[in-house]
Ligand binder design. Structure first.
Ligand SMILES: C[S@@+](CC[C@H](N)C(=O)[O-])C[C@H]1O[C@@H](n2cnc3c(N)ncnc32)[C@H](O)[C@@H]1O
Length: 410
């Protein structure tokens, strides 16, 4: 059987690019930016993947697609793998007599849940910030548990792993949780059932270790926890310490902390252009002025006054200034392009010009493993950085794609 992929929350196509590099074909995708009228990510995607006949792409709110799905399941074609990176939001539910279980409006998890319920693909690969494992702060782990509870009820087994791209040879410290679900009638899920939820699965035989190896360290327990609460019970009172690796199957959860077998890392220096336009260089005044770059990135302990007049002590530690060229970069965020002094935008000492500057869009694309000028498709430069702040490390997806091909073959 030919494997086909449906890509949700597609952005500029990080999943698609990585999966294509591993030989998997995307047959349908969806992307819509709710915050703005303009749709630069969608335009970028269509520029690179223009074949609308064979690989249709929808630039509409996903909830408009799922609204049609109940009556017309064909609005999304059948597929073997559903992928998507989606936000960490409040997944809690309320049950009403008339409508049953209801998630909060606008929470995108419920759109994914509906697609899985109606289309029932054999495999799913999702991406999220690793904060998902611990949120919300007041009921630690509830949201991840709701996600697991929903997939359990839809007859899937799930394995997750936090992957820091820099630990596997990429030039950016981008840490994301990847969530892989396999329908319980697949060979992969049957293999898990046979082996049982154990450290062996998470360190050796499961989905992630083949491409993202971890140390075969002893663990202090090998006994899964019960996970047979309803989603409503989870939402109301369940709390759990999810570690960076774990597996859920048929009413049990097993989670442990795993340590990567560190590949030699790629330093930020390796993505730098030799010559860049003068607009990326920052002046000495911008560095030294009050609330300039040096101040923003430095440690501080000071008294501040809130808008309501409340006076409080503010403290934060220093972050590298300038950013180190011989380490992988910090995580690229959506405001990376800001030329106004701030903490998170990278500021490097250009090794050729020997002056301080910010990173160019191409360098940021390289940190995510996209081809040079991938986002140079007519959007404003600030949007190019924004799209890269949202995107993923393509090489990580390519390796997950290689593993998916093995798993889906069986
Ligand atoms: C974390 S980003 C994923 C980026 C993508 N993986 C990439 O490589 O570029 C989430 C994407 O979901 C899109 N999005 C947010 N709300 C949406 C909605 N209601 N329907 C469809 N897409 C949405 C955002 O515009 C954003 O591009």
């Amino acid at each position: 059987m030919k494997h086909s992929v449906v890509e949700l929350f597609a952005g500029v196509g990080g999943f698609r690019l990585g999966l294509e590099q591993s030989g998997l074909e995307t047959i349908w995708a969806n992307q819509w930016e709710p915050a703005t009228k303009i749709q630069p990510a969608a335009e970028c995607y269509i520029t690179h993947f223009p074949d609308q006949k064979n690989n249709p792409y929808f630039n509409t709110d996903i909830s408009e697609v799922t609204a049609q799905l109940e009556t017309n399941p064909k609005v999304i074609p059948n597929h073997s793998l559903l992928v998507g990176g989606f936000p960490c939001q409040d997944y809690s539910v309320a049950t009403t007599k008339a409508k049953g279980m209801l998630g909060k409006k606008g929470v995108l998890w419920w759109e994914i849940e509906k697609i899985v319920r109606i289309k029932n693909p054999p495999y799913i690969l999702l991406e999220n910030v690793d904060r998902l494992l611990a949120s919300p702060a007041k009921q630690r782990g509830r949201d991840m548990a709701i996600l697991l509870g929903c997939l359990r009820d839809l007859n899937y087994s799930v394995e997750w792993r936090v992957i820091n791209a820099s630990e596997y040879g990429f030039a950016q410290k981008r840490r994301r949780v990847f969530i892989f679900a396999s329908r319980n009638d697949t060979k992969h899920s049957k293999g898990l059932k046979k082996e049982g939820l154990s450290h062996n699965w998470l360190q050796k035989n499961g989905f992630f270790p083949a491409e993202f190896p971890v140390k075969q360290e002893p663990v202090d327990h090998d006994k899964p926890d019960d996970f047979n609460y309803t989603v409503q019970e989870i939402s109301d009172k369940f709390s759990f310490r999810f570690q960076n690796a774990g597996v859920m199957s048929e009413g049990k959860i097993y989670t442990i902390k795993v340590a990567p077998i560190q590949a030699s890392f790629k330093p930020l220096r390796e993505v730098l252009l030799k010559e860049v336009e003068s607009k990326y260089f920052v002046t000495e005044t911008d560095i030294l002025k009050s609330r300039g770059w040096q101040y923003m990135k430095g440690s501080k302990k000071e008294q501040r006054t809130a808008k309501n007049g409340h006076v409080y002590q503010y403290a934060e530690g220093a972050i590298p200034f300038p950013d180190k060229l011989d380490s992988p970069s910090r995580t690229i965020l959506t405001n990376e392009g800001s030329q106004n002094p701030n903490r998170s935008t990278h500021l490097i000492e250009d090794p050729f010009a020997k002056k301080y500057r910010t990173l160019t869009p191409v360098e940021v694309e390289r940190l995510n493993g996209f081809p040079d000028n991938w986002t140079d498709t007519g959007m404003a430069e600030s949007k190019r950085y924004f799209c890269m702040g949202n995107a993923l490390v393509v090489g990580v997806i390519e390796r997950l794609g290689n593993r998916l091909k093995q798993v889906m073959k069986t």
